[in-house]
Design a protein around this ligand. Structure first.
Ligand SMILES: Nc1ncnc2c1ncn2[C@@H]1O[C@H](COP(=O)(O)OP(=O)(O)OP(=O)(O)O)[C@@H](O)[C@H]1O
Ligand SMILES: [Mg+2]
Length: 260
């Protein structure tokens, strides 16, 4: 249990936003057990944009859930900002997550009865932080929705809903933002808006973004792509182009690529 304890790793806080060491996770037991993650080790520098790709069932969502503290690995360590996230009580984990982590889901997960402004500032209220009215306006203006504060989610397009979800993920000024197929339900143009906002969160605001996607175009917005196959890292591609990503995906599972 290392919450709050100053340790060596904290001196490198600015350099490394996320570290996973031998993270494994299985579902079920006995004959029906499925190994979703099989000893994943990785390190992401602060202020980087990483895409995670791989076949359906390769463990991408499980990786995000474990890294974001939404689920617990069976074994291994997750560190955010040089602080270990695995091992504490449920309440400590929740508090830590609310301070340091933002999450964007494919299906937005906005609360239908709350306004856009209320949805956006909900994480602040959950964390017991002061909500000043200007904050919702400011963060929603950043995502191009400064004129939609009083609307309900069902009065917005899919792309607009996802932009609210991004504002909600950014409002606490988290260290790491995880996004699981954030453009999966969007048309090309809305997807591009969302990808630009995630890119801006990294370039302008210094956040670290980790995004699962099936789309080589979306992945090309990232600084690097991590490939997963059967719950293991199966390669990395830096400065990805659409063609290079598609090429790698086509050959994922070839033995030569299984050595990272
Ligand atoms: N709650 C669960 N209970 C049982 N098995 C699960 C559960 N969640 C995931 N799995 C299994 O773990 C493996 C990894 O699933 P995961 O959702 O992480 O894959 P994914 O790469 O995100 O796939 P997709 O691209 O389809 O979203 C799969 O074999 C899946 O069936
Ligand atoms: Mg998934």
């Amino acid at each position: 249990m290392m919450f709050g304890r100053k340790n060596q790793a904290q001196t490198s806080r600015a350099a490394e936003a996320l570290r996973l060491v031998s993270v494994s996770k299985s579902y079920g037991s006995g004959d029906s057990a499925v190994t979703a993650l099989d000893g994943v080790t990785l390190s992401l520098p602060a202020g980087t944009f990483t895409a995670v790709m791989g076949p359906s069932g390769s463990g991408k969502s499980t990786l995000l859930q474990c890294a974001a503290g939404l689920d617990r690995p069976d074994s291994g360590i997750v560190m955010v900002d040089g602080e270990e996230m695995t091992g504490g009580s449920e309440a400590e984990l929740t508090r830590f997550r609310r301070q340091r982590i933002g999450f964007v889901f494919q299906q937005y997960n906005l609360l239908p009865t709350l306004t856009v402004a209320q949805n956006t500032t909900l994480p602040l209220r959950l964390a017991g932080r002061r909500v000043d009215r200007g904050r919702a306006r400011q963060i929603l203006a950043q995502v191009g929705l400064g004129d939609r504060l009083g609307h309900r989610p069902d009065q917005l397009s899919g792309g607009q809903r996802q932009r609210v979800a991004i504002a909600r993920a950014l409002v606490t000024e988290p260290s790491v933002v995880f996004a699981d197929e954030p453009t999966g339900a969007l048309d090309t143009r809305s997807a591009r808006d969302v990808l630009r906002l995630l890119q801006e969160a990294v370039r302008v605001h210094g956040r670290t973004v980790v995004m699962v996607t099936h789309d080589p175009v979306a992945a090309s917005y990232a600084d690097s792509v991590l490939f997963l196959a059967d719950g293991r890292l199966a390669g990395e591609l830096r400065a990805p182009t659409v063609d290079a990503v598609a090429e790698r995906l086509a050959h994922l599972g070839d033995d030569t690529l299984l050595e990272v």
